[in-house]
Design a protein around this ligand. Structure first.
Ligand SMILES: NC(=O)c1ccc[n+]([C@@H]2O[C@H](COP(=O)([O-])OP(=O)(O)OC[C@H]3O[C@@H](n4cnc5c(N)ncnc54)[C@H](OP(=O)(O)O)[C@@H]3O)[C@@H](O)[C@H]2O)c1
Length: 212
């Protein structure tokens, strides 16, 4: 059982928080603002979830998920930098620019910017490459292989814990290396979004890792 806090309880945060709580983890939603509709909706969705003010939620957590709109991070993270030091920060956010381009013009990964905003945290990019529908339900029965969840980060210990959480919600954890790889995961996301959201494809589309 891990102590987990979620900053952001929208499509992604609520789906993952619910699944991780069902898997037996102690999951708290951080209330960053009063009367957050998404936090209220997530609490209504699962009786296993509870909410705390953001400072308390982060202080009590070992692992913090960041599931906010990317542009919000520059404002919300610096005040939390001290509280996040020594913790694992799972970055689910994606910088998206006009016309479904990379929001930082592919010059730098969003997760590297997140890491710079909270230098004492161990940032792991994960749960970012598919739409929230797959985070809510990762079951693809009949294939004999689990959908792959690619993740990256610089801290091996942090990645091991995130890999466990990835497995808990039904994906095969696929470690693709250091945080420098986050840029490429962000481009994978854009590919998925272009295919599914813009191309009006089914959100029931995931990648699998086959090896020989
Ligand atoms: N949607 C997807 O399928 C998907 C899949 C993978 C990754 N992502 C990425 O995951 C992130 C979240 O996406 P989403 O679809 O879950 O977004 P969403 O449904 O709009 O939810 C955003 C959440 O962030 C909170 N928030 C917004 N501004 C904030 C701030 N300044 N401080 C604290 N909390 C703030 C919102 O709270 P309030 O309700 O109070 O506004 C809400 O709980 C994005 O970066 C997105 O690119 C999305």
């Amino acid at each position: 059982m891990m102590k987990i806090a979620f900053i952001g309880a929208g499509n992604v945060g609520a789906a993952l928080a619910t699944r991780l709580a069902e898997a037996g983890h102690d999951v708290v939603l951080a209330e960053s603002r009063e009367a957050s509709e998404s936090v209220a909706a997530a609490l209504a969705r699962s009786p296993r979830l509870r909410a705390l003010p953001v400072a308390d939620a982060v202080a009590a957590a070992e692992i913090v998920f960041l599931a906010t709109p990317f542009p919000a991070n520059e404002g919300l993270l610096p005040p939390l930098a001290e509280a996040l030091a020594g913790k694992v920060l799972v970055d689910c956010t994606n910088p998206v620019g006009p016309g479904l381009t990379h929001g930082l013009r592919s010059e730098r990964a969003g997760s590297e910017l997140v890491q710079a905003l909270v230098p004492g945290a161990s940032v792991v990019k994960a749960f970012s490459i598919y739409g929230f529908e797959n985070l809510a339900d990762a079951a693809y029965p009949g294939y004999g292989v689990l959908p792959a969840m690619l993740f990256c980060g610089d801290d091996a210990g942090a990645k091991a814990r995130v890999a466990e959480l990835i497995g808990d919600v039904g994906f095969e954890p696929v470690d693709v290396g250091g945080l420098v790889q986050a840029l490429h995961l962000e481009h994978m996301t854009l590919l998925w979004v272009r295919l599914v959201r813009a191309g009006r494809g089914s959100p029931g589309l995931v990648w699998a890792a086959l090896r020989r």
